[in-house]
Structure formats: C-alpha cells, structure tokens
Design a protein around this ligand. Structure first.
Ligand code: ADE
Length: 228
C-alpha cells in the first residue's frame, strides 16, 4: 500500500513511523510512505500557504491553490489505475472506526491532506473522497489523525502483524472489546489468574473468553452492543 502525506510538518511523523509495526511494514515493503511538503506548492515568492478569512475573523485559513497543486502532483506521480482515496482528516468527518480501517486497508493508495491553522478554505473539501474525524475534539492539525489512521490501517494489511499479534484478538475485531489477557505470575499481590486459563481445556478457554468479551463490552462499551 502506498501512503502519501501532504503536510507542512513532515518531521512530526518521524518517531511514530520509524518504530515498531509501521517501521516493520515499511521495511518489508508492504507499506510505502511518501511525504509532500505543502509549502513547495505555494505559488507566491513568500511561499504563503495561508491567508486571512474573507468576511473577517481571527486566525488564518489554508489557501486552495497550494493544496490543489500538491494533490494533483501526488496523483499524477502515481498510477491512476490504483484504487485510491484522498482523505482529509477533519473534525467534521465521520468518526474513524475499526470497520473504516478495514475498508481503507483494501485500497492501493491513500493520500492524506493535513491542514493546520484555523481551517481549510471550504473549496479544498471538494478534493476529498472522505473526511475522517478521530473523535469529537479539535486538534491543532491533521497530522496526528493521519498517524492514527495509518497505524490502524497498517496493522490490518496482510503479513504486517506476526501470528503472535493476530488482529483476531483485537478489540473491535468482531465489533466487541477483546477478552482480558493474563501472563506470569499466576499470583500477583493476591490477584490470581482465572483457573480456566491454566486448565489446558481449549474449548472451555474459548467459551470463557467469549463470555468475558461480551461482559466487558456490556459493562464498558454498551453502545457497541446497541450499535449491532
Ligand atoms: N483535525 C483537527 N481535529 C481533528 C479531529 N478530531 N479529527 C480529525 N482531524 C482533525
């Protein structure tokens, strides 16, 4: 999968994409991540990408021309036969879910347009196939949401997770929270590992885990059950 990120702050991604599962996916050539510096597409000599809003008001607004030029350049640089989407992380979008991560993982290419400042000139939204929010709060820009989305999508790609990290035991894999896990020691300050997990009876363990997942979901996230 090819990920393009159009941003004013590519350095923000270095730590997150340079470690752990995303790094491994890149090293294994399952994932290619390219950055495009939005400022390179500013058209005036001062390289302005933002301007004050028509109608007045505080803050600056991202200008349409550099963003259109950057997106067109990125799309022109890659194969138009790829299945691809331009995504703008934005608090006005549909809230990101595991189902959406799975859907995006089936694409060949995702182009993220990360905004900063007070917002986008409204005409920029016409470029987007999807607006995605990562929750009902406002962040400083689209970079953190893009990292969150790439992380969740990358781990759904075939061969990214080892068998020891199977996505099948993830919370939300089947629309519910995951079951509780335990490891050594069996007795930690008087808190015991449930007997059934030590029994070696795999049928019983499977039943117990399914019941625990349901109980956890009912008590912590009843909205997930109602949503089904
Ligand atoms: N940009 C600013 N806040 C955001 C959010 N909550 N989700 C996605 N993009 C954003």
């Amino acid at each position: 999968m090819l990920i393009d990120i159009i941003t004013l702050f590519p350095e923000m991604f270095t730590g997150v994409f340079g470690e752990s599962i995303i790094k491994r996916a890149v090293d294994k050539n399952i994932l290619e991540i390219r950055f495009t510096q939005l400022r390179d597409f500013a058209f005036d000599k001062h390289k302005h990408v933002d301007d004050s809003p028509f109608g007045g008001g505080a803050g600056m607004v991202l200008k349409p021309e550099p963003v259109y030029r950057a997106v067109r350049d990125v799309l022109a640089k890659s194969d138009e036969n790829l299945s691809r989407k331009v995504i703008i992380p934005d608090p006005s979008g549909a809230v990101f879910t595991q189902a959406k991560a799975k859907e995006l993982a089936a694409l060949d290419q995702i182009v993220f347009v990360c905004g900063h400042y007070e917002g986008f000139d409204a005409r920029i939204y016409d470029l987007a196939d999807d607006l995605i929010s990562i929750g009902d709060y406002v962040l400083t820009g689209g970079e953190l949401p893009a990292m969150v989305i790439v992380d969740a999508v990358a781990r759904m790609l075939p061969d990214v997770l080892g068998s020891a990290e199977s996505a099948e035991t993830d919370s939300f894999f089947d629309g519910m929270l995951g079951f509780p896990q335990y490891t050594r020691p069996r007795d930690f300050e008087g808190k015991l590992v449930p007997e059934v997990l030590l029994s070696g009876n795999h049928a019983e363990i499977k039943k117990w885990r399914a019941a625990q997942a349901l109980n956890l979901t009912r008590s912590r996230r009843p909205d997930l059950i109602r949503a089904e």
